[in-house]
Design a protein around this ligand. Sequence first.
Ligand SMILES: [Ca+2]
Length: 189
Amino acid sequence: MNSIKRLTIALAICATGSLALAQLPEDNLTANPGFESGEAGDWGFFGAIEDQTHVVSGPNVAHEGQYALQFAKSSQEEWGMVWQRLDGKVSWGDKITASAWIKKTSKSVGSAYVSIAIKDRTSFQVLNGAKETSDDNNTGWKKITAKFTIPSQQELPDLDQVHIEINIGVEGYQDSNIIIMDDVVVQKK
Ligand SMILES: [Ca+2]
């Protein structure tokens, strides 16, 4: 983040009198969890078309702070997700809770989800994990929480053979649907 953007964010926080950044817990294992850097650089994209999945800002757009991540569905892609790796931050037997706030902007068929996934580093096959899906048609903000305990050492390949990821995504939406995501929290508890 450049110094001008940092200053802009600092001024924005002061101007609103909000402590939005501080409201996310300090032991959050994700980087840029509320997208308040103003960009999605700490997140990887999979399936999603990057120019249609990007950080947005504006009045009443974010759940907290100034920015949020917007998924805008295209006719070419039926699903998409963003991911961040937890490698080196978690270990055998850790209990992990992952949550995100998701807002559907129109009533539509489709689902949004939060998942913790353990993937083979070579094949990217999901070996284990937990996924929590919201597939109701309600608009407005909704918190989705997935909980998972990383298995014991005997049940998994070595940790250096897998990636442990937080995935947030959408499935089954039709063209022109817009879904907003914000405030991702991943904690050991
Ligand atoms: Ca935010």
